[in-house]
Design a binder for this molecule. Sequence first.
Ligand code: ADP
Length: 269
Amino acid sequence: MLKELFQRSKKIVIKIGSNTLTGEDGFVSKNYLNEIASQVNDEIKQGKRILIVSSGARVSGLSAINKWARKADLHYKQALCAIGQVELMDSWRRAFAEHSVHVGQILLTKDDFSDAYRTLNIRNTLFTLMDEGVVPIVNENDTTCVEEIKIGDNDNLAALTAILWGADLLVVLSDIVGVFNKNPKQHPDAEFIETIENFEELQAKIQSSGTSDFGTGGIQTKIEAAKKVAAYGIPMVLANGKMPLVLKTLSEGNARATRFLPAAFQSAL
Ligand code: ADP
């Protein structure tokens, strides 16, 4: 079923969380980015179109200017992200250059999704990049966003981007294999939920608390993202981004992952 989901999807948004991009040393892992770039390149060669929503600006900023780690002031946080975004994109650019693939940076804000003129421009840019075989890498524009006007987490940003682009599938790569009835890091007896078709039932069934070290939203923002895309008929897969050959393994249906299926898919798969 996971395999069918991937096979029928041509336009795929892949969201990668900070903790997934980060190695044990707390820095963005170049090896990991290289592996993802190589797998994305394989998918493109098979006719897929891939857009990446990449977290990691803050972590990358900290590795560039570690002495700012304790600066709590909002402007310092935003400045750190501005520095880190360059580092992050440089790492992505190098990873994809190994395959002669260009990347394009798209920084978005909440307002971009509610203004028809802006959405049209973003869509046109995305289509042009895709037509030319470029991989767009999306992140929230932290420089212009203060807390009140922020999307705030990249799960929801990925969902909005998937809707705007008209994606066939949203893949959220996190540090967890999927949704459990309670946080498995705190409760070893937590039960894994493989398929989610009904969001009301899900909310009644699960408890959520905690995020990973650099995580922002935890499981709740992933569920919000799934709900958003489901309203547009787009399914979502939540999987452990650290599993070896993650995209290949998922597309061959050989991994444990949670599938969120919108109503239109429930009879088709
Ligand atoms: P990311 O950085 O990939 O966005 P987050 O740390 O924000 O990841 O969210 C994933 C974390 O959510 C997991 O590592 C886990 O600790 C936590 N979590 C809380 N409740 C649950 C649950 N019911 N099922 C799965 N994960 C949960």
